[in-house]
Design a binder for this molecule. Structure first.
Ligand SMILES: [Zn+2]
Length: 267
């Protein structure tokens, strides 16, 4: 067993026996790591208040390269994200970040892009609250990171650049379909349903895809209609490529929609 130190995000905390926790971390190097935190719930535990769900922490742990779980030795909060404790709808968004990252990673494997992306998304939920834009932006970025980004500048079928006046475009789960290919698809294959893609939706998707930082979200204000379009379009992509069980996504979006509706009513 050797001792190692890393910064890590606590993405899941599970009780173990009477007083311990198992914590699933995403380390700064992008490794998914499970550690046992022995005696975490004892009244005098040195771990009390030193880690929390979705917080970034400094973690010192014993690494076991053979069988058995790694063992946390010390821990200290770096970015607590206390805002998430007061905004349970934003907490729902953070839960989706965790679901997405943990669902696409394997124990012991490193994925260097995962940490910064999760960190940005968690910060955005903590500071901007339960905003659907953050979830959709994250999905686009995550798809891009997995090499599954939809092509937003060319037709997914004929590969030609899309016309400047982006009217009459359609969307299928493989990507955008130009008007010429829509005409040619007299009998589209079953399940390849084409959905109209309004120009404003395409413009926002491009901005989100091309901005690796979440600050683009602060300048995007979407309408209820646009949110429904993103939910439908990105939902079909996510179900096709990444996650065929959209329960966590649906709950997170439901919570965020309630926040949006109450803000709209207050206007
Ligand atoms: Zn085409």
């Amino acid at each position: 067993m050797k001792i190692e130190k890393t910064q890590a995000l606590a993405l899941r905390i599970m009780p173990y026996a009477n007083t311990s926790h198992i914590v699933l971390w995403l380390t700064e190097a992008g490794e998914r790591l499970a550690t046992m935190v022995k005696g975490a719930c004892r009244p005098k535990s040195a771990f009390l208040g030193q880690y929390d769900l979705f917080a970034a922490c400094e973690l010192l742990y014993y690494r076991r390269d053979g069988a058995g779980m790694h063992l946390a030795r010390e821990c200290a909060l770096v970015t607590p994200r206390a805002e998430l404790r007061r905004d349970w709808r934003a907490f729902g968004g953070a839960s989706y970040v965790s679901h997405l990252i943990l669902g696409s990673s394997m124990e012991g494997q490193c994925d260097a892009a995962a940490y910064p992306l999760a960190d940005i998304a968690l910060n955005a939920f903590a500071t901007a609250g339960a905003r659907q834009e953050i979830l959709f932006w994250l999905e686009l970025q995550w798809l891009g990171h997995l090499g599954l980004a939809p092509q937003l500048r060319q037709c997914s079928r004929c590969r030609k650049p899309l016309p400047e006046a982006a009217n009459a475009l359609h969307w299928s789960r493989e990507g955008i379909v130009c008007p010429g290919c829509v005409k040619r698809a007299a009998a589209p294959p079953p399940g390849a349903g084409l959905m109209p893609l309004p120009p404003d939706i395409l413009a926002i998707l491009r901005r989100w895809q091309e901005q690796p930082q979440a600050h683009v979200l602060t300048t995007t204000q979407c309408s209820a209609r646009q949110f429904l379009e993103f939910e439908r379009i990105l939902g079909s992509l996510m179900a096709y490529h990444v996650d065929d069980n959209p329960k966590c996504r649906n709950i997170a979006l439901q919570l965020m929609r309630a926040t949006f509706d109450s803000k709209e009513k207050a206007r």
